[in-house]
Design a protein around this ligand. Structure first.
Ligand SMILES: [Zn+2]
Length: 289
């Protein structure tokens, strides 16, 4: 980040942190160590924003303005901006957010018992693992998942769905199973207390592969299929809800198989900011009900 740069496309303006342009009150973005400012610019422009690469002359905390999420505007993130290059962005018209897609569901934030997502649709049996039962997602998530799995097939990485939508009643049964098998403390790390499962949203799938016997185990993350999924899920609007070494933030053990659909724009933001989904959704803090 801080090292000398190869020649940029146009001479970048110099910006000091804190110098948010008065007109529009838009923000300066940092660029994660594993991404390029140009990548950010592309995303921002596709979201209808003006964006340009700038030189950052001093580091500090940064502010992020996410065009697709109005409540997100000018949220402060627990991240530091390094001297180097960043992106200056002006987005005049925030687009409307699908609040449901960005709803935070966690151990502290349950869904109402009666919550059932609209538009649940059965997944094609070709997307489900051998011997798997019927699986449902919302139409948008189901379409995106079909595209993800087909892309995996084309890349020689056969991923299939083990479970998807889980109703409140099913969560009661699943949770009770784990309490019986593991006891309450371990069950809480492994499974959600009823009403606290992201699966109830209808936009979450557990996907796995033959190389781990279609089981849901952390080793899946190290298989070629698991690695492909980690690398490409965002391209189809999916994010890993429970990444490695994030239990203190997410409340869950590493679950490389558990992916949630948030749409391409947000999946890309999450990738670019390096935040966990939990942190990102807490910032969005969609007000519902
Ligand atoms: Zn899951």
């Amino acid at each position: 980040m801080a090292q000398a740069q190869e020649a940029p496309i146009a001479p970048p303006p110099t910006v000091v942190i804190g110098d948010v342009p008065a007109e529009g009150g838009m923000a300066l973005l940092m660029v994660g160590a594993d991404t390029t400012p140009e990548g950010f610019v592309e995303v921002l422009r596709s979201a209808g924003c003006e964006a340009e690469v700038v030189t950052i002359t001093s580091g500090g905390a940064f502010e992020l303005y996410a065009p697709a999420a109005p409540p997100f505007a000018n949220a402060s993130f627990p991240a530091m901006l390094e001297a180097g290059r960043g992106v200056l962005v002006r987005c005049a018209e925030p687009t409307v957010v699908d609040a449901h897609l960005l709803r935070l569901v966690s151990k502290d934030r349950p869904l109402p018992e009666g919550f059932v997502p609209q538009g649940l649709t059965p997944l094609s049996s070709e997307l489900v693992m051998p011997g798997g039962g019927p699986a449902y997602l919302t139409e948008e998530a189901a379409d995106a998942l079909a595209q993800l799995i087909e892309a995996g097939d084309r890349a020689g990485q056969e991923l299939r769905v083990r479970s998807a939508y889980r109703s409140y009643a099913e969560q009661v049964a699943t949770y009770q199973y784990w309490v019986d098998v593991l006891g309450e403390v371990e069950a809480n790390r492994r499974s959600a207390v009823p009403g606290h499962s992201e699966h109830q949203l209808g936009v979450v799938a557990d996907v796995t592969s033959a190389s781990v016997g279609w089981e849901l185990e952390p080793e899946f993350g190290e298989t070629p299929e698991g690695r492909w999924l980690k690398q490409h899920a965002w391209e189809f609007g999916f994010v890993e809800s429970y990444p490695q070494e994030a239990e203190a933030i997410t409340g869950y053990d590493y679950e490389p198989w558990h992916i949630r659909y948030v749409g391409k724009t947000h999946a890309d933001w999450i990738r670019l900011t390096g935040l966990t989904l939990t942190e990102y959704l807490a910032q969005v803090d969609v007000d519902l009900d």
